[in-house]
Design a protein around this ligand. Structure first.
Ligand SMILES: Cc1ncc(COP(=O)(O)O)c(C=O)c1O
Length: 394
């Protein structure tokens, strides 16, 4: 199928880079390619671009420029937050306990488990409710005198649920515990005012908001005890060694500026499309065959996710792709051998339902007609999946 006839409904995986972002980055390959740590004019030109990008991001986030650290990805920002804070706490004898939720992205989940399994830190994984919400009372009772850090994602990539971040962060602050949120999915939908919020560390990934891949951002509140986990030169205020990728930093700032300008109107448009999509998908199946996963209202405006009874999400996504629609399943699946999704398990779905959901995530190029085409093709994809399975497995 020609690429221009394909429909992209996987904006939570990544987004197309905005032309204006590409234009903003180009001069930093062509002219401003110096090393921003060099003191000569080539370096200073690059440094000017880098520091302007840092200031732009800081202003938009309600932070100060010194609180913005560029990393190589959202995952790296998450790694730095958890490992950097926990190792610093160990060094200064301030405690050894970390709290996360069971539906964190692997960048948090695997890092937290490595800290526990290989480095002797204590880890508590909080439960979530049927919508994937962390209950503030559970967080309160999990905090102990030796708790250093709580990391709860702002919004879940698989089921779209947005957490009550301010309330959770406030509980942490009331107990002198640091609070990190992985905002990689939620960044562009929220009006952050970090100076006034109880968030100490926040991770972003520009490729989720029409910026470049291969760059991440970690906000670190001034005074937060943390050590660098990427050691080497003293770049990024000593928080992350390595010559900074100036074009990507510039692109990150431009992308965030663009989504921030348009936030209200875009959220409204996406939410209308999302609600139409949810209604149409739920209307396609009998009520005992399909369910919306994640919170019905406290969810990202562009995100709809479903579990379909006894249908492995990964296989369905493959058949949709053959019909020209790019969607996603939340879990790693191989045909006929679906691996249960830990997120769907955490919200209490049993084996009939947890073989990977169907995630449809919308973006600025999405339209009603894309959704209508999905609704038209979804029964065909299911039919071809059933035929495929019966040929393979009898
Ligand atoms: C919630 C969440 N955290 C972290 C990441 C990792 O970001 P990156 O791909 O920039 O490493 C992702 C990517 O999908 C994500 O959805």
């Amino acid at each position: 199928m020609p690429v221009n006839e394909l429909i992209y409904m996987d904006y939570s995986a990544t987004t197309p880079t905005d032309e204006r972002v590409i234009e903003a980055m180009l001069p930093y390959w062509r002219e401003g390619w110096g090393n921003p740590s060099s003191s000569h004019q080539f370096g200073q030109n690059a440094k000017m671009g880098l520091e302007t990008a840092r200031r732009t991001l800081a202003n938009l986030l309600g932070a100060s420029p010194a609180e913005i650290v560029f990393t190589g990805s959202g995952s790296e920002a998450d790694n730095l937050a958890l490992r950097g804070v926990m190792l610093k706490a160990r060094e200064s004898g301030r405690g050894n306990h970390l709290i996360i939720s069971p539906i964190e992205h692997e960048a948090i989940n695997h890092t937290a488990h490595q800290l526990a399994d290989k480095m002797g830190f204590e880890l508590t994984v909080l439960p979530v409710d049927q919508y994937g919400m962390v209950r503030p009372a559970d967080l309160k009772s999990a905090i102990r005198p030796e708790t250093v850090l709580v990391s709860i994602m702002a919004a879940n990539n698989e089921i779209g649920t947005q957490q009550p971040i301010t309330e959770l962060g406030q509980i942490c602050h009331d107990n002198q515990v640091l609070f990190h949120t992985d905002a990689v999915q939620a960044a562009q939908y929220v009006d952050w005012n970090l100076a006034e919020s109880p968030i100490d560390l926040l991770s972003l990934a520009p490729h989720k908001f029409y910026g470049p891949k291969g760059v991440g951002i970690l906000y670190i509140r001034n005074g937060t005890p943390i050590i660098s986990t990427m050691t080497g030169g003293g770049q990024e205020n000593g928080q992350r060694a390595g010559t900074v990728n100036v074009p990507f930093a510039v692109g990150a700032a431009k992308a965030f500026e663009l989504v921030s300008e348009d936030r209200e109107a875009s959220n409204k448009k996406l939410q209308e499309l999302r609600d139409y999509l949810i209604e149409r998908v739920l209307g396609l199946f009998p009520a005992d065959q399909v369910q919306l996963t994640g919170h019905p209202t406290q969810r990202m405006p562009h995100h709809a996710s479903f579990a379909i009874k006894n249908i492995p999400g990964g296989d369905l996504v493959m058949h949709l792709d053959l019909l020209g629609i790019a969607a996603s399943s939340g879990s790693a699946c191989s045909s006929g051998n679906p691996i249960p999704s830990p997120v769907l398990q955490a919200i209490g779905l049993d084996d009939q339902w947890n073989a990977g959901g169907l995630r449809i995530s919308l973006g600025k190029h999405s339209s009603i007609s894309d959704i209508d085409r999905l609704i038209e093709q979804l029964p065909n994809a299911l039919e071809s999946l059933k035929q495929f399975s019966s040929v393979l497995y009898g």
